[in-house]
Design a protein around this ligand. Sequence first.
Ligand code: NDP
Ligand code: MG
Length: 381
Amino acid sequence: MKEIAILGSTGSIGTQTLDVVRNNQDIKVVALTAGSNIEKLEEQIREFHPKVVALWNEKSAKDLRKRVSDLPVEVLAGMDGMISCATISDANIVVTAVVGMIGILPTIEAIKAGKDIALANKETLVTAGHIIMPLVKEYNVSLLPVDSEHSAIFQALNGENPKEVSRILLTASGGPFRGKKKKDLQNIQLEDALKHPNWLMGRKITIDSSTMVNKGLEVIEAKWLFDIDFEQIQVVIQPQSVIHSMVEFADGGVIAQLGTPDMRLPIQYALYYPERRPLPGDRLDFYKLSQLTFEEPDMETFKGLKLAYLVGKTGGSMPTVYNAANEYAVAKFLNKEIKYLEIIDMISYALDSHQYISDPSVQDILEIEQETYHNLKEKWK
Ligand code: NDP
Ligand code: MG
């Protein structure tokens, strides 16, 4: 029996992970966490019977405690609550599906508690990859990618010698504004940016996909997961989102992973690796699939991708500033407090005004996050 804890169970990845649980008989949920969505968390508690749950918001935790007082579930709150769920002794796998840098501490503690990690929360690896990867080795746990591109790369690498990889070809849909130029993006409204052509995801990652910051975060995520140089990671626009990524080997051979856009596949693959389980759902119909097309990304219009390569290569504290500024800016854009193009302006400003640190500790990373928020708040009053 597999026992799992899901951090961020009420979100897009969290609910799809529970779908995978529903579809398999030998997996049990022992802990769940959310931010403040008590309605959904209560439903999940009644269906999956976890031993413990946690909410970020203390008041929500109090409310939930009353609502589930008929059940033997413990309801915790805050970071301590999330960490208790991430380290619960029963779980062998922790699915990290929270959004944002808030995932850093629970992920680190889960690794230290010897849990395998099914990682969706890319912001953790982007900002703290230099801390997480050595810990994964030290505690001898597995870090299994859930992000569809990284799962595709992981699948393509199965049985191969990593030394024989020459390039990772990280595919991107290009988002809703593919082909547009900066002048076309001046008046983009929130509703336009929330319309992803192929994937239905949480709001933050959907905005990140439209700016291509998501692909930038994924480039850095790939560097850490597959221990590869940035020069060997090439982003390829594949507008149909059928090829989820590819690996080119030393002999020129390219292995790709294809499929319909369904996150349950990478989630299930991470949970059951190396086993492949049946998964209901649509299949690719190659008779109907009229074309697969490819393009080079436009890094001048979508400067967030270019900046990601820059901060990734510089390393140290720069990816943290890039990510924190993006989290801050996207939250403002989701609240309709800034214009679309200001997301990238904010990231650029934060990077320009930051004093570089070469090997930030977890504490430094969390401080740099706050400092970045503070700088942006001062500048964009
Ligand atoms: P969602 O916004 O749909 O869900 C986020 C989850 O995190 C929810 O359970 C939410 O709880 C919880 N949460 C939000 N804020 C906090 C907080 N401060 N403290 C604790 N928990 C919090 O996000 P997604 O599922 O789309 O994305 C999750 C992660 O997976 C992201 O890092 C994303 O980049 C990555 N990812 C997502 C993909 C997708 O298809 N969605 C694909 C690949 C990667 P509540 O509901 O209460 O707010
Ligand atoms: Mg992805």
